[in-house]
Write a protein that binds this ligand. Structure first.
Ligand code: C5P
Length: 226
């Protein structure tokens, strides 16, 4: 019916931060609370979709009627996402995935005794959304949406991500904008969509297409999700 336009479709949504362990006690993370991703899961469910929510560690209650998969690290999230990706008709990558992880997670607590300093080498995590862009269905039956949070050159960086990661939509928000960003219940976003198909035909890594942008007014994350 009109009230359930996503009936019969399955949605895969990611939310929250990741935790990248240093040792059994400590980890590297970010300020994501999962509010945007959880609101998206709830909205998709309300519109009739069958929803899988792959969530990093957050303090939010599980949305009713949603299949929630809890993960900690980016590598765990990547694995969980790979299991659900092929059957997902709608994919929204709202998680704030850690770009780097400690090269080694110590099996025992790192001790401070006898150390004046500590150097931790970080290595890159897999870019989950970029993997999705490379493995997405090509018949137009799978919608792929990413997010971007920046502190500078928001639209330029978001346009680059939209095309490089072969998304249908990228939701860009500026961390410094009042009413936007982490932890708030509202957001201020610009939605970017490719004006022509999707991808990088020249293989030169540069956007070679027009990007359409639509700036939305400040609104609650629940309303934005819908
Ligand atoms: O980190 P970046 O700004 O490139 O994030 C943009 C998009 O890529 C977001 O949708 C985020 O969830 C996704 N991402 C990802 N895997 C990463 C880093 C980011 O899927 N390792």
């Amino acid at each position: 019916s009109d009230e359930r336009p996503l009936a019969g479709l399955s949605a895969l949504i990611t939310a929250g931060p990741t935790q990248e362990p240093l040792d059994p006690v400590r980890y590297i993370t970010n300020h994501s609370t999962g509010k945007m991703g959880y609101a998206l899961a709830q909205a998709a469910k309300a519109l009739g979709a069958e929803v899988t929510l792959v969530s990093g560690p957050v303090a939010l209650p599980e949305p009713a009627g949603v299949n929630v998969v809890h993960v900690l690290s980016a590598e765990d999230m990547f694995e969980a996402v790979q299991r659900h990706f092929a059957s997902a008709d709608i994919v929204v990558m709202a998680a704030a995935v850690g770009d780097f992880r400690p090269e080694h997670a110590d099996a025992e607590k790192i001790k401070k005794q006898g150390r004046a300093d500590l150097t931790v080498r970080l290595v890159s995590n897999p870019d989950i959304l970029a993997w999705m862009g490379g493995h997405r269905r090509t018949d137009g039956s799978q919608a792929l949406c990413g997010f971007a949070m920046e502190t500078q050159d928001l639209i330029h960086n978001a346009a680059r991500k939209l095309l490089a990661k072969r998304c249908d939509m990228l939701v860009a928000n500026d961390l410094r904008e009042p009413g936007a960003g982490f932890a708030t219940d509202t957001n201020v976003v610009t939605i970017l969509t490719p004006a022509g198909g999707c991808g990088d035909d020249d293989d030169n890594g540069l956007p070679n297409q027009q990007v359409r942008t639509e700036r939305l007014p400040q609104m609650p994350k629940t309303q934005l999700a819908a």
